[in-house]
Design a protein around this ligand. Structure first.
Ligand code: GLP
Length: 241
């Protein structure tokens, strides 16, 4: 793993955005795997800046997001589709038809997940997958469990994730209880992975993910087995390494 430690959130965001920018320059029709959460907001802002400045273009790219709350339509302001439109898609030259987020409004969970997995395969697989990290080591919504989930599936969110994500809703009661997420197998098939983490609150989980045993109880620890991972941390998140 290539671990890059930066001074602060801004430097982390620029360093991570550069990895995506280089990918787009090397392969303009890249299939990008994208993520939500507060962590990537700065890096998306940097990509918007670079696109505005004519340094990069998303015109030929496609994207697949990691996950989406089940039951939230894309118009809901806490849906991940809404997040992506607001933070990236509305501000760059990507063709919105080529952006994919699991369809949270699809009631048939199996059908929603199968369709997503198939769409990724049809696009030729993900070239570069961006990941944030949950406090409990989750990636996408792959929560700690007893075996690594392979494909896109429907998950019940853990109480700790519901609590952590409730800061973005009016109350914890409003956080959906389920989500659609790429599986660990889906994520591991990406040709390159970019993991971005900031903040002192994640220092211990970063240590477990990067240095601990590879176990499904720490879902992101599987990344130790991927051949091409870049980890960009701010120095607070790197403090326990
Ligand atoms: C959510 C998302 C994850 C994200 C995580 C961390 O649960 N499903 O993909 O990485 O939160 O979010 P944050 O970056 O806000 O800490």
């Amino acid at each position: 793993m290539n671990v890059v430690v930066t001074e602060n959130y801004e430097e982390m965001s620029v360093a991570a955005a550069n990895v995506i920018a280089e990918q787009l320059k090397a392969k303009p029709d890249s299939v990008l795997g994208l993520a939500t959460g507060t962590t990537p907001i700065g890096l998306y802002a940097e990509l918007v800046r670079a696109c505005d400045a004519g340094e990069i273009s998303f015109a030929n790219a496609q994207s697949f997001n990691l996950d989406e709350y089940r039951g939230l339509p894309g118009t809901h302001d806490q849906s991940y589709r809404y997040f992506m439109q607001n933070n990236l898609f509305n501000h760059v030259d990507i063709d919105v038809e080529k952006t994919h987020v699991p369809d949270g409004s699809m009631e048939d969970a199996q059908a929603a997940c199968d369709a997503y997995e198939q769409a990724i395969a049809q696009a030729g697989g993900v070239d570069l997958q961006l990941l944030g990290l949950g406090h409990n080591g989750h990636i996408g919504f792959n929560e700690p469990c007893d075996s690594f989930p392979v494909t896109t599936h429907c998950v019940e969110l853990t109480e700790s994730t519901i609590q952590a994500n409730s800061r973005l809703f009016d109350s914890a009661d409003e956080v959906p209880r389920e989500a659609y997420t790429m599986g660990i197998g889906t994520i591991m098939k990406a040709r390159k992975i970019l993991l971005v983490v900031n903040g002192a609150g994640k220092a211990e989980i970063v240590r477990d993910v990067l240095r601990g045993p590879v176990v499904p109880q720490v879902p992101a620890s599987i990344l130790q087995l991927h051949p091409d991972v870049t980890v960009v941390l701010d120095k607070e998140a790197a403090a326990a390494l």
